[in-house]
Design a protein around this ligand. Structure first.
Ligand SMILES: [Zn+2]
Length: 59
């Protein structure tokens, strides 16, 4: 099974957060929680969502 990883710095954030999960759905949940807590993003707008999805890597 491959897993999905994400690093906040890959979308240009000055942030050391990384996440990994077994699939994109679970990973997006972790990213949304982090964005809310660390970046005060209560919702992720479409432009940011596109960047996030482009930055997700399969490991
Ligand atoms: Zn971050």
């Amino acid at each position: 099974m491959s897993k999905k990883t994400f690093a906040c710095k890959d979308i240009g954030m000055q942030c050391g957060f990384t996440a990994e999960a077994k699939d994109e759905h679970e990973l997006m949940g972790k990213i949304a929680k982090h964005a809310k807590e660390a970046h005060q993003m209560n919702t992720i707008d479409d432009a940011t969502m596109k960047k996030v999805k482009a930055a997700i890597k399969s490991a």
